[in-house]
Every structure is written in structure tokens, then in C-alpha cells.
Design a protein around this ligand. Structure first.
Ligand code: LMR
Length: 443
């Protein structure tokens, strides 16, 4: 899933306008109040020009107004979204909530291609929640990013009020309330895992700094790009002004996979499986917890008598599901990853059903399970639906679980040592085992 395209670090010329549909505009702002007043387009694009629009009212691009004598800038909008952000002016939108801004990196990749249309449809944040999408891509992918923005235009989503595209995280992350960090470099042939950690770590260090500088101070960050736990750790360490608690590594796909396998074995539909914890790293050391999971409200071990299968077949099938999928598809999971991102967000913005919980990779400081501090580790959580969460305290950890959790913990500690130069923890020292540090897709 994490094999979306690489997002490059901050560049000096982040907004490209190579498409014939795009035109540069001056740094002028279309204010809500004066949006009907159009200024003529600028004669020259300057080096500070940043707005790109494919469409504007009456086919005049760009759109700009003077607001009480002062000149303001509408941010880097795309096409029709340059025109449609004035929620207060339209009767049917007055009951809507205040618009939220969501940044998506790797926005031209496969996962995003599934995700963005779910976000824009209202399926994630609800039917009364208007959204702005801030799409971050690499310079190499800018044409594809425009293609994505065009498809979003053509989809006529009522809740989608703004789309901005760019290659500079310091621009794209401005004021965002959610950052879904999907873009990461795939591991190339012959590439050492340490090198992968370093290359992707640099991207996430840069994006952490950018979030720290320009995002909403309470931004929620979900890291999908692999190795997502360590990338999330790097990101949060580079964003000291944002609560560490706000950073997540996506292990919801693993939770969903585990629920599916248990449902299959028990012969029930998967909605009957609850309390599914994934412990640890999103890698082949992850621990799908069948001890505390339930089927139809009963402990799994009471419903599935084949305990050997639980310990071996089930556990391995979840750990290696991503790899099997790559064998079949010829590429990483994309659609199911996007669905699991939706599930992960919904788990934070809707109250967790009584007695249940969900899995997400979060910062370990203060955890009640004795897991080493200063890691991002998947654990069971509950939410009141306010975007925040608390760790579930009363889960049983037996010897079987403890041993396996310790293995995943050791793996994450080793990964952390490899990226010490990116987390402010001194000089990196990389000693990764050949097997334990595989991503699910590298089986
Ligand atoms: C997955 O779990 O499907 C992915 O993380 C696999 C991968 O390595 O991209």
C-alpha cells in the first residue's frame, strides 16, 4: 500500500503550470463578499505567482477582487474550486459545518485515487461536512495531479469546496486539520532496508517540519507510507508543536484483514468480529490478537477450537496478506488500503461502540502495557468521536502475546536506531535482521 509516488522535499518552484488548461494568476484573493467583482487577468506571470486555475467565471482566468482596498490572495485553487467555496452565500449550505482542510500526500497514486473520491463524497466526514482537499505530489507527478483534480471537478461533489494542488508541503499543509501521508518511495531492487528507512525518513522529517510550521496546531496525522510506524515517529519528532498523540500509523488494514480471516474460519459474516487488536509494527512481526478478539460477543478461542490454526495459520495469514496480494495483483493493495484509511478516520470522528475498540499505531509514551516509550506502536484504542482517542487499559496479555509483542517492539527499536539522525536522537546505527524487518508486501 505504501508504494505511492515519492513526494520531493521543499522546492523553490512548487507550482507548475505546464498544462494548457492552467493559467497563472497574480496573488489576489477572491473574497466571499466581493467575489462578483472581477479584476482583469494580469499581463505577466511573476515568479511569485502561485494560483493555477483551469476554469473561472465567464471563462476569465484568473479570478481576483479588491477587498476594502486591500489586495488578498485566494490560495492555490484548482479549476472550478476557485469559484465555489463561499458556503455562507448559498442557502442550502448554511446548515453545514465549518469547512475542514485535508492534506493528502502521494495524491496522484493508486491509494489516493480510491481515497479522494470517498473523502469528497461525504462518506468519511459526513453529509454536512464540507471539505477542502490539499493535494501534495512530486514534480514528476504534477500532470497526474492535475488529472486527479480534473476528475474531482467532473464528479460534481457538493461537499468538495476547494482543491489545491502543489509539490511544496509548506504550501500544501497550510492550516490543514488532517494530513494523510501516503506518498513514500518504494523499495527498489537491491536497495538495503536501511537505505529505504533513510530515504523515506527524510521525506517524513521534512513533512513533519512543514506540518509543525504551517498546519493547524491540532492537526491529526495519519501515516500510510511504509515503513509507516517509523515514518510516523520521524514525523512527530520533527513536529514538536503538534501533540505527539495526534500522529497515527495505519494498521487498520491489518485489523480488517484479521477480522476477515476470523470470520471466514468461524463461518460468520465479518461484522460479527469485534475487539480486534493489531499489536506492534505494520510488518511481518505484527501481532493479530485472537486472545482478546470476539466473535458474536464470545472470545474467539471459544468459537474457534483449532487453536493451532489461531497461533500459526491465522497469525501468518494476516502478517503476510499484503505479500500474497502483491503476488496476485502485481502491485500493493490500494483499494482496501483506502477503505482502511476511511475506517481509521471514522473511528476517530465517531464514538466507538460500547465495549469495542479499534487498532491504530500511536505514540507509546504513558502506555499501560509496558511497551517501550518513544515508539509508534499499534495498540487498542477507543474514541469519543472528537478526533482524539484513549488507550484501552483492561486487555489481557498472556505469555504467547507478550513474547510476540516483544519481537515487534524489538524490531521497532532497531528501526528507530537506524533513523536516529532524523529524530534528533544522535548518530544512527543500523543493525536490522534480514527477516524481521519485512513489510507485509515483502514476504
Ligand atoms: C500492505 O500491507 O498491503 C502493504 O503495506 C504492503 C506493502 O509492502 O506495500
Amino acid at each position: 500500500m505504501a508504494m505511492a509516488e515519492l513526494t520531493t522535499p521543499k522546492t523553490t518552484s512548487p507550482f507548475l503550470n505546464s498544462s494548457s488548461q492552467l493559467r497563472l494568476s497574480s496573488k489576489l484573493h477572491l473574497s466571499n463578499q466581493f467575489r462578483h467583482l472581477l479584476l482583469p487577468p494580469p499581463l505577466h506571470a511573476t515568479s511569485t505567482s502561485k494560483i493555477s486555475c483551469s476554469v473561472s467565471q465567464n471563462n476569465q482566468a484568473p479570478v481576483a477582487v479588491q477587498d476594502n482596498g486591500s489586495v488578498k490572495t485566494k490560495k492555490e485553487c484548482y479549476g472550478v474550486f476557485c469559484l465555489t467555496y463561499d458556503l455562507k452565500a448559498e442557502e442550502e449550505t448554511k446548515s453545514w459545518k465549518k469547512m475542514i482542510s485535508i492534506a493528502v500526500s502521494g495524491a496522484a497514486g493508486m491509494i489516493s485515487n480510491h481515497l479522494l473520491f470517498k473523502l469528497a463524497s461525504g462518506a468519511v466526514f459526513g453529509p454536512d461536512q464540507p471539505i477542502a482537499l490539499k493535494l501534495l505530489g512530486s514534480e514528476r507527478s504534477i500532470q497526474a495531479l492535475e488529472g486527479v483534480a480534473m476528475e474531482l471537478e467532473d464528479s460534481l461533489f457538493p461537499l468538495l469546496r476547494e482543491v489545491d494542488i502543489g509539490t511544496d508541503p509548506y504550501e500544501v499543509f497550510q492550516d490543514v486539520e488532517w494530513a494523510l501521508l501516503i506518498g513514500a518511495k518504494p523499495r527498489g531492487p537491491g536497495m538495503e532496508r536501511a537505505a529505504l528507512l533513510d530515504i523515506n525518513g527524510q521525506i517524513f522529517a521534512e513533512q513533519g517540519k512543514a506540518l509543525n510550521a504551517v498546519a493547524s496546531p491540532n492537526v491529526k496525522v495519519l501515516v500510510v507510507g511504509n515503513p509507516c510506524n517509523t515514518n510516523a515517529l520521524i514525523c512527530l519528532k520533527n513536529a514538536p508543536n503538534i501533540p505527539a498523540k495526534n500522529f497515527h500509523a495505519l494498521t487498520r488494514l491489518d485489523e480488517n484483514r484479521a477480522k476477515c480471516q476470523l470470520a471466514l474460519k468461524a463461518g460468520v459474516f465479518y461484522d460479527k468480529v469485534s475487539n480486534m487488536t493489531i499489536w506492534g509494527n505494520h510488518s511481518t512481526t505484527q501481532v493479530p490478537d485472537f486472545l482478546n478478539a470476539r466473535i458474536n460477543g464470545l472470545p474467539v478461542k471459544e468459537v474457534i477450537s483449532d487453536h493451532k490454526w489461531l497461533e500459526e495459520g491465522f497469525t501468518e495469514s494476516v502478517q503476510k496478506r499484503g505479500g500474497l496480494l502483491i503476488q496476485k495483483w502485481g502491485r500493493s493493495s490500494a483499494a482496501s488500503t483506502a477503505v482502511s484509511i476511511v475506517d481509521a478516520i471514522k473511528s476517530l470522528v465517531t464514538p466507538t461502540p460500547e465495549g469495542d475498540w479499534f487498532s491504530t499505531g500511536v505514540y507509546t509514551n504513558g502506555n499501560p502495557y509496558g511497551i517501550a516509550e518513544d515508539l509508534v506502536f499499534s495498540m487498542p484504542c477507543r474514541s469519543k468521536g472528537d478526533g482524539d482517542y484513549e488507550l484501552v487499559k483492561d486487555v489481557e496479555i498472556d505469555d504467547y502475546l507478550r513474547k510476540r509483542i516483544a519481537k515487534s517492539e524489538a524490531e521497532l527499536l532497531a528501526e528507530k536506531q537506524c533513523v536516529a539522525h532524523l529524530t534528533g536522537d544522535g548518530i544512527a546505527f543500523c543493525d536490522l535482521g534480514p527477516v524481521d524487518t519485512m513489510l507485509p508486501g515483502e514476504v
